[in-house]
Write a protein that binds this ligand. Structure first.
Ligand code: PGA
Length: 247
């Protein structure tokens, strides 16, 4: 049995003042049935640790450098995230891929750097609307995963998470239907099964893209959906906790 995981992705939102109540409410409201995490902006990692340490809620970051250290102005290494108690880090979020030029190769390097530092990477994959309409969803998602498999191997996914996030569903209020999502999740698991049945069986594949309290239970009820990566709804404690409860 795969333990469900619900991870919040705060994106570039928050302040010390508003985070305090949100973090405390998530801490207080987490029951411990599903695994829960929040991926916060870098400057708030210390605050997340201060509030969440010793609780059932893990924390993490939204990106990581592919380098271990050096002259890379503005970058943050995996070891630095570990210093602040991070358990998870997102790699390859579609906003990184589309706005900041994170290529499949760069995402693969970030995934490897995260694991080397001792973090659990959450590899985000997903197709654009044009790609879905062109009928190439499977090819796109497989290409994104294959880049990481070629670099790190299937065994690395025993300590990793995959998040399927159709780009057209992120922040749009337009969720993939449970059937649409399940179809891609099954395809993702089958891709891993080609390399390792054990890894495929144990791998958690999260769904992300306009998950709300009202649609979470049906999505999480699909056989290959092992939780969610939650953007907008992770900024409101009651909404996020309701999604966690649905898992
Ligand atoms: P959303 O974002 O829940 O606001 O659609 C999901 C994500 O980008 O991780």
């Amino acid at each position: 049995m795969r333990t469900k995981l619900v991870a919040g992705n705060w994106k570039m939102h928050g302040s010390l003042a508003t985070n305090a109540g949100l973090l405390q409410a998530v801490r207080d409201g987490t029951t411990g049935k599903a695994e829960v995490a929040v991926c916060v902006p870098y400057p708030y990692l210390a605050q997340a640790r201060a509030v969440l340490e010793g609780s059932a809620v893990a924390w993490g970051a939204q990106d990581v450098s592919e380098h271990a250290q050096g002259a890379f102005t503005g970058e943050v290494s995996g070891a630095m995230l570990v210093d602040f108690g991070c358990r998870f880090v997102l790699v390859g979020h579609s906003e990184r891929r589309s706005f900041y030029g994170d290529t499949d190769a760069l995402v693969a390097a970030k995934f490897a750097a995260a694991q080397t530092a001792g973090l659990i990477p959450v590899l985000c994959v997903g197709e654009s609307l044009a790609e879905r309409e062109a009928g190439v969803t499977g090819e796109v998602v497989t290409r994104q995963i294959d880049a990481v498999l070629a670099n790190s191997g299937a065994g690395a996914f025993a300590r990793a998470v995959v998040a399927y996030e159709p780009v057209w569903a992120i922040g749009t209020g337009r969720t993939a239907s449970p059937q649409q999502a399940q179809e891609v999740h099954a395809l993702i698991r089958a891709r891993f099964a080609r390399d390792s049945a054990d890894v495929a069986t144990g791998l958690r594949v999260l769904y992300g893209g306009s998950v709300k309290a009202g649609n979470a239970a049906e999505l999480f009820g699909q056989p290959d959906i092992d939780g969610g990566l939650i953007g907008g709804a992770s900024l409101v404690a009651a909404d996020f906790l309701a999604i966690c409860a649905a898992a």
